[in-house]
Design a protein. Structure first.
Length: 101
């Protein structure tokens, strides 16, 4: 039962983090390209959002498994995986900002 709960919590946290990162990228890329440039905002939403979705799913699932007392090695690998995916997502998020200057 703990695995089902961890998957549900992982999906919810993945949706929240993915949507949050996507909105943040949309706002930032709109400020960079101007209000009339919708392509950069859509690219931010669809390129950065999935990194947040995957990182949030792994992190939420790992937290429930860790505090639920099940699968210690699985939760540790999910923590590391969410950190790696989150770091890659932040590089993808900041790449247009760094190349704009």
């Amino acid at each position: 039962m703990i695995y089902f709960g961890s998957i549900v919590c992982g999906l919810l946290s993945g949706l929240a983090l993915g949507f949050g990162w996507a909105l943040l990228a949309t706002e930032m890329y709109t400020k960079l390209g101007g209000a009339r440039q919708g392509g950069s905002a859509m690219a931010g939403f669809f390129f950065v959002g999935p990194f947040g979705l995957i990182a949030g799913f792994l992190l939420g699932t790992a937290l429930v498994l860790h505090f639920g007392g099940a699968a210690g090695i699985l939760s540790k690998s999910m923590f590391w995986g969410s950190g790696v995916v989150g770091a890659i997502g932040m590089v993808v998020f900041l790449l247009p900002v760094l190349t704009e200057a």
